[in-house]
Design a protein around this ligand. Structure first.
Ligand SMILES: C[S@@+](CC[C@H](N)C(=O)[O-])C[C@H]1O[C@@H](n2cnc3c(N)ncnc32)[C@H](O)[C@@H]1O
Length: 228
C-alpha cells in the first residue's frame, strides 16, 4: 500500500501546490498558519514536519521559530524536491530529508513540536504513525495535526457533491490525473474527525491533552496534542 501511495503522490507532485490552491480556494494556507499559532512554537524551537510534501507547513513553522531548526520529511522524494526552491523564494532555510513516518530514524524526545498536515490519513498504519510522532517529541511538546473533516448543516451535501463529483473532474481537466483525485476524496470519506479522532488520539495513551479546532465549518480540523 505504501508503495502505491508514494507512486500516486509522485505522479501529482508537479501540480500538487496548484491543485491544493484550486481545490481549497487557498484556505489551506490560512489553516497552516493557524496550526503554527496554536502550536505555541517560539523562536529557537526545533520542529519536525512529517509527510511534508512540498513543504508549506515547514515554511510556516520556520517563519516563527526563526533561528530554530525546521526539518521537513516525507517518504516521497518527488514531493519533497519542490521544497528547496520554495524555501529560497520565501527566504527561509529548511532542512529536508526522506523519512517514513512508520519508522522515523530520530532519537526519542528530539523535537519541541512535530507537525503533520493532510498526511496522517494517507499513512498505512495510523496508530503506528501517531506512536512514532509522539515518540520523537519531548515530554510537554506538541504533536500538531491538520486533517480533513466533514462540514455539518447546509454545507454537508454541497461538500459531499464537490468531493465525489467535482474534485475528480478538476483532476482530469486541469492536470489529467483523475485517478488520484478520485482516490483522495475516498480517504476523506472514511477518516475519523472531530471528537471521534480526539478520542482515538487520547486512547493511544501518548498525550496528556488533545484539543481540536474545527476550520471553515468543519471542512478541516486542527488537533493539538500535548505529549506525555
Ligand atoms: C496530501 S500530501 C500532504 C503534503 C503536505 N503536508 C501538505 O500539507 O500539503 C500527503 C503526503 O504524505 C506523504 N506520506 C504518506 N505516507 C507517508 C509515510 N508513511 N511516511 C512519510 N510520508 C508519507 C506523501 O508522500 C505526501 O507527500
Amino acid at each position: 500500500m505504501s508503495e502505491e501511495i508514494k507512486k500516486m503522490f509522485s505522479g501529482i507532485s508537479k501540480n500538487y501546490d496548484y491543485m491544493n490552491n484550486v481545490m481549497s480556494l487557498g484556505l489551506h494556507h490560512i489553516w497552516r498558519k493557524r496550526l503554527v499559532k496554536l502550536s505555541g512554537a517560539k523562536p529557537g524551537d526545533t520542529i519536525l514536519d512529517t509527510a511534508s510534501g512540498t513543504g508549506d507547513l515547514a515554511i510556516e513553522f520556520k517563519k516563527v521559530v526563526k533561528d530554530g531548526r525546521v526539518l521537513a520529511t516525507d517518504f516521497c522524494s518527488d514531493m519533497l524536491k519542490h521544497l528547496p526552491m520554495k524555501a529560497i523564494k520565501k527566504d527561509v532555510e529548511i532542512d529536508a530529508e526522506l523519512a517514513d513516518i512508520l519508522d522515523l530514524h530520530f532519537e526519542n524526545n528530539s523535537f519541541d513540536i512535530a507537525g503533520i498536515s493532510f498526511g496522517i490519513r494517507n499513512v498505512d498504519d495510523m496508530y503506528r504513525g501517531i506512536a512514532e510522532l509522539a515518540r520523537v517529541v519531548k515530554p510537554g511538546g506538541r504533536l500538531m495535526i491538520l486533517e480533513t473533516g466533514k462540514p455539518k448543516g447546509f454545507l454537508k451535501k454541497i461538500y459531499e457533491y464537490y468531493s465525489k463529483n467535482i474534485m475528480p473532474k478538476l483532476g482530469r481537466m486541469l492536470i489529467d490525473e483523475e485517478a488520484a483525485y478520485t482516490y483522495l476524496p475516498t480517504t476523506i470519506e472514511g477518516f475519523p474527525y472531530g471528537q471521534e479522532f480526539v478520542d482515538i488520539l487520547l486512547n493511544t495513551d501518548r498525550f496528556t491533552e488533545v484539543k481540536c479546532y474545527p476550520q471553515f465549518f468543519g471542512v478541516s480540523y486542527i488537533y493539538k496534542c500535548t505529549v506525555k
